[in-house]
Design a protein around this ligand. Structure first.
Ligand SMILES: NC(=O)c1ccc[n+]([C@@H]2O[C@H](COP(=O)([O-])OP(=O)(O)OC[C@H]3O[C@@H](n4cnc5c(N)ncnc54)[C@H](O)[C@@H]3O)[C@@H](O)[C@H]2O)c1
Length: 335
């Protein structure tokens, strides 16, 4: 019989209901849900539905010897560090929702603590498994574009809050650091929303330069009004330009969009077949984590990567505030 990982939740809100819990419940051969703790007991009870345990304190959850993994999905962000620290000190593996922690120093402390206690620490950068992102990576890996020089990675929505620079932006910068994992050298940010500053909205448009490989332009932009009417974002989710061709990847919000969403491949390479990567997408975040916890496989999202994503958010802010290109200091190597 395969090993079952018992997971307990700190925080029982929207992301647990919509993502974590269903993903655990469809993997009974890998995971069992131990129970829930939330600052508000009624939220934990509602999530547990009488089926799972409701812990009356976080200490009670952490002292439950049957729990292997603590999934921390709390808001606000200031709660992540303490909850993760306590769980690691209690000898639990930790899956922390993104953003990892409020400061880079806190991220570093958690990484050190996980090493010290020989526990797995990872962050839920689940957008690594987005279909549009995987499709782009697949095209690049197949060499269809030749030597890739520029990749654009953007989302376009309206009504971003200032906190979305971190909340949403961290997904995009994490993806960008996967697209080019060589040494980041420079960051240059432009505020995209005319008349507004960083404090007024989460919009940004930053160019990342690396020691080698493509520059990555990463952006969260407002969507022009006329595009809301016909529902079509004017610019693609990803755009990559290489020495042999270019590739436009539209947003994929539903797997059924897959074939339509990826047709805009440069005519030079009509032979690209989308289903090439369908095998990969059937594997979920929790499958990767299971392989790490039970077979010692490398983490899908290493804590150092999540930490560097937070540092990159700081660099993007620094460049915006100073209106200058900034050197990419303070990034760490990922083993
Ligand atoms: N990966 C993704 O795609 C994704 C999507 C949405 C949200 N998130 C992240 O998930 C986290 C939670 O977001 P949400 O949308 O579920 O928020 P939410 O507000 O719906 O739920 C958060 C829950 O945490 C509880 N809480 C707050 N402080 C606590 C504490 N100290 N101990 C125990 N419980 C506490 C709150 O009572 C609330 O029930 C955030 O970090 C958010 O950025 C990730």
């Amino acid at each position: 019989m395969s090993q079952i990982i018992r997971a307990a939740f700190c925080g029982a809100g929207g992301i647990v209901r919509g993502n974590h819990l269903p993903n655990l419940e469809i993997r009974p051969e890998q995971y069992a849900v131990a129970g829930f703790y939330d600052l508000f007991a009624d939220k934990a009870e509602e999530m547990a539905k009488g089926k799972y345990k409701v812990y009356t304190s976080y200490e009670e959850l952490l002292s439950d010897d049957t729990v292997d993994l603590v999934v921390i999905a709390t808001k606000p962000l200031s709660t992540h560090f303490t909850a993760a620290k306590q769980a690691l000190e209690a000898g639990k593996h930790v899956l922390l929702e993104k953003p990892m922690a409020e400061t880079v120093a806190e991220c570093d402390e958690l990484i050190a603590l996980a090493k010290q206690n020989n526990r797995t620490l990872t962050v839920h950068h689940n957008r690594r498994l987005d279909l549009d992102f995987l499709s782009l990576q697949s095209v690049i890996a197949q060499g269809k574009l030749g030597d890739v020089r520029l990749i654009e990675n953007r989302v376009m929505y309206n009504n971003y809050e200032p906190s979305d620079l971190v909340d949403w932006g961290v997904h995009l910068v994490d993806q960008s650091l996967v697209l080019n994992n060589s040494k980041l050298t420079e960051v240059s940010t432009v505020i995209a929303y005319p008349g507004k500053g960083m404090e007024d909205g989460g919009y940004f448009d930053a160019t990342l330069r690396f020691a080698e490989g493509p520059a990555v332009r990463v952006a969260m932009l407002p969507r022009p009004n006329e595009c809301i009417i016909n529902g079509t974002p004017p610019l693609a989710r990803f755009y990559a330009i290489g020495t042999k061709g270019s590739f436009v990847q539209r947003i994929i919000e539903d797997p059924r969009d897959l074939l339509n969403a990826t047709q805009n491949f440069d005519n030079a390479h009509p032979e690209y077949k989308v289903p090439d990567f369908l095998k990969v997408i059937q594997k979920g975040y929790y499958d990767y984590l299971y392989e790490t916890l039970t077979q010692g496989k490398s983490l899908l999202v290493k804590p150092e990567e999540a930490r560097n994503a937070m540092r990159l958010i700081e660099l993007i802010s620094d460049s915006a505030k100073t209106n200058c290109t900034v050197k990419a200091s303070g990034m760490i190597s990922v083993s």
